[in-house]
Design a protein around this ligand. Structure first.
Ligand code: GTP
Ligand code: MG
Length: 517
């Protein structure tokens, strides 16, 4: 198909989850509202053999259709399909795998309905939901299947008792009550004594569910000239109602869940990275880990250490130089948010690479610049920063994000200012916390004013507003070569500001979010 100008909507927006390699993929489908479906089609209780045979016929059709499905196990209105460990069915794309299985199953169910219920009209379309689960090794896939069969056993034993009691004249409520808290052996006894039923003689299809797999069978391919049949063994999809909890079945069918051979190329498939969605602004927020401790060890001023904050902004400036796609930065305390332009193609937008390189570069700048900012303080502990990536599809939301961070800065700083004033005036830290508990912003301003004659609004803007960082145009007079005429050349520098990030700011600096270097 030719690439049109619109083709990007697929290339850039459609992401399919790929199920991890080297795992057995189980797709479990389950009938939707089959309680109702079985009622309106008057299924026999507790088990309708025709309904169960229709189910395994569908499962058989699926195994015949999709060679990568090696095993299926079903009970009641559910079926689990196991894909071989190394399947490349639709490149392991989850949505394809799920939808194809469930749709094919449903289709066969409807088409074959008449074969099993010749005298029953389908009154409504049956449908199923499906989920995919990955099991990484033989033990977990065996245990998964064992879990389903144990479930089959428990439910069937209960239902057998329940319906025997109801058919003998008990109300459904009374039957429920009679079975409450009973164990497996109590139920077997109840069946034996009250109804002369030996549970183990019940049909295996009810007790064990249905396992569908490929078995080697001998078939006659032709009769030779002497009348002797020529037989070939081939794999045929068959259904069995046997125990799959114990080891015996699996010992006799080792080929079904055999582990794949290790291939060198294969390891590459594990490197699946999340790609951040296109046309979204990306915020990388970096924040110091255990900075409480770090600031104590380096005796940083409380509540704000101006030099430490300037070191953060200096590191942020270097980030702006290193990553031209960062259009804006905002920081306070030990955190900095960097806004990447929506169109950035840094590392093809692979999350882990963006995160790790940003956090590493920032840390590196911080450590390198330390001596410059704290010439008399040895760096005693290695600072480290964690980073996360956030995606925002609209410019308006990015502005809201930044306002939110600034509100956090304000609230934190106002609290800390009060707290440390109280502590410095002789209160214990616990007392200071107690005093500030539940206070509103204006209460704190009043407290500062009345007890410490301090006007919070006169505190340094750097503390109250945090620091924003952006590029601005500066006209620079560049010397024309050999000539005397200076020519104005467009230059950009990085500016750090401590101002309100409201709509006024964005009106005044319209280029920030629109310019991409
Ligand atoms: P959802 O799966 O959540 O949509 O609900 P559901 O109504 O399908 O219930 P669920 O899957 O938990 O249980 C399956 C239900 O199907 C059982 O509770 C039964 O009511 C019904 N069912 C399944 N097989 C048979 C059968 O052979 N005979 C009868 N009478 N009912 C059956
Ligand atoms: Mg169901």
């Amino acid at each position: 198909m030719a690439n049109s100008e619109y083709e990007y909507v697929k290339r850039e927006f459609e992401f399919d989850r790929r199920l991890p390699p080297s795992n057995w993929i189980v797709v479990r489908i389950d009938g939707c509202h089959f309680h109702r479906f079985s009622k309106i089609h008057a299924f026999e209780k507790p088990n309708d053999e025709n309904a169960l045979r229709l189910m395994y016929t569908c499962a058989t059709a699926i195994l015949e259709k999709f060679p990568d499905i090696v095993f299926a196990y079903g009970v009641s209105d559910e079926y689990s399909f196991v894909f071989r460990e190394e399947t490349e069915f639709y490149h392991r794309r989850e949505s394809k795998i799920l939808s194809l299985c469930v749709s094919y199953f449903t289709s066969v169910y409807v088409m074959k309905w008449k074969d099993f219920f010749p005298n029953k009209e389908l009154k409504e379309p049956p449908y199923f939901d499906a989920r995919a689960v990955c099991y990484p090794n033989l033990k977990t896939i065996h245990d998964y299947l064992a879990w389903r069969q144990v479930d089959c056993h428990i439910n069937n034993q209960y239902n057998t008792c329940f319906w025997a009691l109801v058919k003998s004249g008990k109300s459904e409520q009374a039957a429920q009550l009679a079975l409450k808290g009973t164990f497996a052996k109590d139920k077997n006894e109840l069946l034996a004594q009250q109804f002369q039923i030996n549970y183990d003689d019940e049909p295996a299809i009810f007790r064990k569910g249905s396992s569908v797999c490929r078995e080697k069978v001998e078939t006659t391919v032709k009769i030779d000239d002497y009348g002797t049949p020529i037989k070939r063994s081939r794999l045929k999809v068959t259904v069995a109602h046997v125990d799959i909890i114990g080891p015996e079945f699996w010992e006799n069918h080792q080929y079904i869940l055999r582990e794949s051979k290790f291939m060198h190329e294969f390891v590459k498939k594990f490197g699946i990275d999340r790609v951040l969605p296109p046309c979204n602004w990306i915020v990388v927020r970096i924040s110091g880990c255990q900075f409480d401790q770090f600031s104590i060890i380096h005796s940083l001023d409380k509540p704000n250490d101006e030099t430490a904050l300037r070191l953060m902004s200096a590191s942020a400036s270097l980030m702006m130089e290193q990553y031209p796609d960062i259009v804006f930065g905002y920081g306070f305390s030990n955190e900095y948010s960097f806004v990447f332009h929506e169109k950035t193609e840094l590392y093809q937008r692979q999350e882990s690479l963006i995160l790790s390189s940003c956090s590493s570069y920032f840390t590196s700048c911080y450590v390198t610049k330390w001596k410059e900012f704290f010439p008399h303080k040895e760096l005693m502990q290695t600072p480290r920063f964690e980073a996360e990536a956030l995606c925002y599809p609209k410019l308006k939301i990015i502005c809201e994000y930044l306002s939110w961070r600034q509100a956090e800065c304000h609230a934190g700083n106002q609290y800390n200012t009060c707290f440390w004033m109280l502590v410095k005036s002789g209160k214990s830290e616990a007392e200071a916390h107690e005093i500030l508990k539940g206070t509103l912003s204006k209460d704190k301003n009043e407290l500062l004013f009345q007890q410490f004659q301090m006007n919070y609004n006169n505190e340094p803007a750097m503390f109250r507003k945090g620091s924003c960082i952006y590029r601005r145009k500066v006209e620079e007079l560049a010397e024309a070569e050999g000539g005397d005429n200076g020519t104005a050349r467009e230059q950009w520098d990085v500016k750090v500001d401590h101002v309100d990030l409201g709509p006024g700011f964005w009106r005044k600096h319209p280029w920030i979010m629109t310019n991409c270097n």
